[in-house]
Design a protein around this ligand. Structure first.
Ligand SMILES: N[C@@H](CCC(=O)N[C@@H](CS)C(=O)NCC(=O)O)C(=O)O
Length: 199
């Protein structure tokens, strides 16, 4: 898999590969090498996943869904798969809010957006995730075991739990969920050994 040297849009797939215990090449493309490589990718963007030299997939969520289906982590029924999709799409909405703040060039506006993010937007999304957990007695987001939905939520929350560490105190079930995901042996090993990046 090719991506830049950050978690970003590849981490969900890295987490899936880790959870499944699958070996793969985690190619982290250097910024200076990107202009030459860009035209060689299907859509001129990363991440991409090359599958045994047979096909190359772009689009982070298509890659994640492909991997989840391959590894039996996409939900057991059509309904569970749709419920996973709902969660993944919701994490995308939260990511988009973060990207908006990240890309804002004006420092004053950025500070305003940041305040809104921490005070309103992140809590609103975390409540959705916590309510999803509450509606399912298994402790997982969907069904009775780990799915793409759990890893998507774990992933999107990483940046906010780091930047706003007090926030999680108001979401005890999400706290428990994070610990549950992070203590799955394959995931734990990956989290302990992966490159440390800012986002
Ligand atoms: N919808 C695409 C967005 C991919 C995307 O925005 N990739 C960025 C990095 S996060 C990229 O490749 N930027 C370099 C470029 O566009 O030249 C996905 O989810 O994979």
């Amino acid at each position: 898999m090719w991506y830049f040297d950050f978690r970003g849009r590849a981490e969900i797939s890295r987490l899936l590969l880790a959870a499944a215990g699958v070996q793969y090449a985690d190619d982290r493309i250097k910024r200076e090498d990107w202009p030459a490589l860009k035209p060689k990718t299907p859509q001129g963007q990363l991440p991409i996943l090359t599958i045994y030299d047979t096909a190359t997939l772009p689009q982070s969520l298509a890659i994640a869904r492909f991997l989840a289906r391959e590894f039996g982590l996409s939900g057991k029924t059509n309904l569970e798969q749709a419920q996973c999709d709902v969660i993944v799409q919701t994490t995308e909405d939260l990511r988009a809010e973060w990207v908006k703040v990240f890309r804002e060039p004006d420092e004053t506006k950025k500070a305003e957006l940041q305040k809104k993010l921490v005070e309103e937007i992140v809590p609103k999304f975390w409540k959705i995730f916590q309510d999803t957990l509450s509606s399912n007695s298994s402790g997982y987001m969907v069904g009775d075991g780990l799915t793409l939905g759990d890893l998507a939520v774990y992933d999107v929350m990483e940046i906010h739990t780091r930047d706003y560490p007090d926030l999680i105190k108001n979401f005890p079930q999400l706290q428990t969920h994070r610990q549950k995901v992070a203590s799955i042996p394959n995931v734990k090993r990956y989290l302990e050994n992966r490159p440390v990046t800012l986002f």
